[in-house]
Design a protein around this ligand. Structure first.
Ligand code: SAM
Length: 467
């Protein structure tokens, strides 16, 4: 994909604001663990230099700057309007450790020290080849020796099924002059859902329709949407002097969608890890990866030791394993008892004084790789009950006042129906739950306030009441 697409990319982002989003897989609290699993101990993000490339309106970067005030966060993006929005949101939230630059990556000189974390989410597959390679080259030149870059990209394995749908819909639109959604419906209705092929086409179109026109214009139908095979990405990274350390979600190093028998079937490829990855991508029709890269001269080690496991913090994943041995049962019960907190592994060990330390490390390691346990580089605790006077921090309040998604403690974005933002914007610590319920009753009577407040508290949105 050559740079003739450049003007179209510019035009799209200048004329349409990219939806504000945060990306849990790009959270350095998470990617620092992925790096350790891959054999690199990066700087602690609480005091680090963090750069986001293609940061749009700063919705991913600002919560990180808020969380780690000692870190220095820099965002850059081609689109002036997005950068202006990011600066305004930072100012409204009183965030002083984040700066934003409007620039083309290919001409951007960040100056200063190298970066401990570089984030490029939703960038690689959406820009011409020249900018893709410039990104990899930039990471090599501006990463600290133990720095890591998190780069997400679309994968050819899964997109091989979707791109023909995109091409067909585009062709039909040319002929009929119809709208995109209307054209997708036409294609869907033409496919016979009772046949394997038709069923698959319908499944793809339903998935596209679920994204809605705003996202589709940037995503499936963006001016550049250039999925690569995994080996092409790893090779391009290697040519730039970068090494693949693993997926930012360790549970996706072997795709979680692969069942046990499929995992076992990959056995003969154990000596060919790259081909095992390609076969797994192909088998599940993987569409997306978020990879962690480091410099090829980074001070790597063989991987996480059991001592290293006890330096992590952990919380229960969405799924709990079944049929585990007694030690495993106690381990997962102990983890659940701490929920929703993410607690140091050492605290779990202390709560299980009879457990064998090495056996526990192995359980944790396996749980992390299977997604039963969600690790972080630092613990996180909060009260899952609403406080007497619900109060959002200044960043969340500024987002609520702009009808923007709020980002929870796990760095997940959470969007609300328009009316609910009015109630969120009133959560500045001056009103009791009862007063907020009265406000909601008047402004959005359909809202069940009590469970809603509980839900918000469960996502860690509230500043704790002062003792
Ligand atoms: C798909 S959006 C992703 C935004 C955000 N990173 C996210 O994932 O939510 C791609 C972003 O990259 C920016 N971009 C595209 N080409 C660029 C370039 N050459 N230099 C800097 N930014 C660029 C666009 O302006 C846009 O904000």
């Amino acid at each position: 994909m050559q740079s003739s697409a450049d003007p179209l990319v510019r035009q799209l982002y200048q004329n349409h604001s990219y939806p504000a989003m945060s990306h849990p897989l790009a959270d350095p609290a998470v990617t620092a663990v992925a790096a350790r699993l891959g054999g690199l101990t990066s700087a602690h993000p609480r005091q680090a230099r963090i750069l986001e490339i293609g940061c749009a309106s700063g919705h991913n970067l600002l919560p990180l700057a808020k969380r780690w005030p000692q870190s220095e966060c820099i965002g850059m993006d081609l689109t002036e309007k997005a950068i202006t929005d990011a600066r305004q949101l930072a100012a409204a939230a009183g965030i002083v450790n984040a700066t934003f630059h409007a620039a083309d990556l290919r001409e951007f000189d960040p100056g200063g020290e190298p970066f401990d974390y570089i984030i490029a989410h939703g960038f690689f597959s959406w820009v011409p080849d020249e900018a893709k390679l410039a990104l990899l080259d930039f990471c090599r030149r501006h990463l600290a020796p133990a720095g890591i870059a998190t780069v997400s990209f679309n994968l050819a394995a899964g997109w091989a099924h979707r791109l023909p749908v995109v091409a067909m819909a585009r062709d039909l639109q040319q002929v009929t002059g119809g709208g995109l959604i209307e054209t997708l419906h036409l294609l869907r209705d033409t496919s016979d859902g009772t046949t394997p092929h038709g069923g698959h086409v319908r499944w793809i179109i339903d998935d596209m329709l679920a994204k809605g026109p705003d996202i589709l214009a940037f995503d499936d139908f963006g001016p550049v949407n250039d999925p690569w095979p995994f080996d092409q990405f790893v090779l391009a990274a290697a040519r730039a002097g970068l090494r693949w350390l693993g997926e930012s979600d360790p549970a996706e190093n072997i795709p979680s969608a692969l069942g046990n028998s499929s995992r076992a079937a990959l056995g003969p490829l154990a000596a060919h890890p790259l081909h095992a990855q390609l076969a797994a991508d192909f088998a599940i029709g993987r569409t997306f990866r978020s990879g962690v890269l480091c410099r090829d001269d980074a001070p790597t080690h063989p991987g996480l030791t059991s001592d290293g496991v006890f330096n992590l913090a952990v919380r229960a994943g969405e799924v709990t394993p079944t049929g585990t041995a007694p030690l495993g049962n106690t381990f997962y019960q102990t983890l659940a008892a701490f929920a929703p907190a993410c607690v140091p592994m050492l605290e779990i060990l202390a709560a299980m004084p009879d457990a064998d330390r090495n056996a526990l490390a192995r359980l944790a390691f396996d749980g992390i790789n299977r997604g039963y346990i969600r690790p972080r580089i630092e613990p996180l605790r909060f009260d899952p009950r609403p406080p007497e006077r619900p109060c959002l921090n200044p960043l969340l309040l500024a987002c609520a006042r702009r009808n923007l998604p709020l980002v929870d403690v796990w760095h997940m974005p959470c969007a609300f129906p328009a009316g609910h933002y009015q109630i969120l914007a009133a959560m500045d610590g001056t009103r009791t739950c009862t007063e907020l319920a009265a406000l909601a009753h008047a402004r959005c009577p359909e809202l069940a306030v009590e469970p809603w407040l509980l839900h918000l508290a469960g996502r860690g949105f509230f500043v704790p009441d002062e003792a």
